[in-house]
Design a protein around this ligand. Structure first.
Ligand code: CA
Length: 239
């Protein structure tokens, strides 16, 4: 067993914090709590958590602002957004500003703990592309990846990817030209089974990844769409 992981809970409803703390601690995590956005941001910077559970509607500073500020500062700690069921657009917005995942209230503790575990395992894993036997650093064209440092470069310049974007890219690139459905990707990159509208998560993450690695995101040359089937990494063999 590796060292104990710390979860930062940023949530203004005390009863939710209490039940999250109880269940996370019972699952072996240490917890740090913040009851408003500003304190959440401060603790994200100072307590060095392994993952953040981040409510959207918070006093002082909302969850989106907290997440965006952290990402702007280059902090890539996994963030799971807690959204209310009626706030469908919050999910997409959260992913667009760099959250790794979201979970909808009311959530089951079992699902929440499973997602926390999945997101932490993903971050901790140092070999996200198991089938990439060569471990080669060059991907394709101007794009390259360094599996040791987890850095991705385009034309020699480092690209700032979230952990999820990195995992998605390396997963697809490990099997170039093989098409994966969004359900496949949910299971293999996100580590959990397909649930309801989660495929939107894949689409948004692909879009953000394209914006970072593609010269022209509207006409991608690396992460390509096979209409009606899914996504694949192009080896560049086709024009
Ligand atoms: Ca709230």
């Amino acid at each position: 067993m590796d060292t104990q992981k710390t979860i930062l809970i940023v949530e203004d409803e005390k009863n939710i914090v209490d039940i999250l703390r109880f269940n996370l601690q019972r699952s072996g995590y240490a917890t740090v709590e913040a009851y408003d956005g500003a304190d959440g941001l401060a603790k994200a910077r100072n307590a060095n958590p392994d993952l953040i559970l981040l409510d959207v509607m918070l006093p002082n500073m909302n969850g989106f602002e907290v997440c965006k500020t952290l990402r702007d500062e280059g902090n890539n700690v996994p963030v799971i957004i807690l959204t209310a069921r009626e706030e469908e657009e919050d999910k997409v917005r959260g992913l667009e500003i760099g959250a790794d995942d979201y979970i909808t209230k009311p959530f089951s503790m079992r699902e929440l703990v499973a997602r926390v575990g999945a997101n932490i395992r993903r971050t901790t894993s140092l070999s996200p592309a198991p089938e990439n036997a060569s471990g080669a650093s060059s991907l394709s064209g101007e794009l390259s990846i360094n599996a040791e440092s987890h850095m991705v470069f385009r034309a020699g310049r480092p690209i700032d990817l979230t952990q999820r974007e990195y995992d998605l890219l390396t997963f697809l690139a490990a099997n170039p030209n093989r098409v994966y459905s969004r359900v496949d990707l949910m299971e293999q990159v996100w580590n959990y089974g397909y649930v309801g509208d989660d495929v939107r998560t894949v689409d948004v993450t692909v879009r953000r990844l394209r914006e970072k690695i593609e010269e022209n995101p509207a006409s991608p040359v690396y992460i390509r769409t096979r209409r009606g089937m899914g996504y694949y990494f192009s080896s560049g063999a086709e024009a």
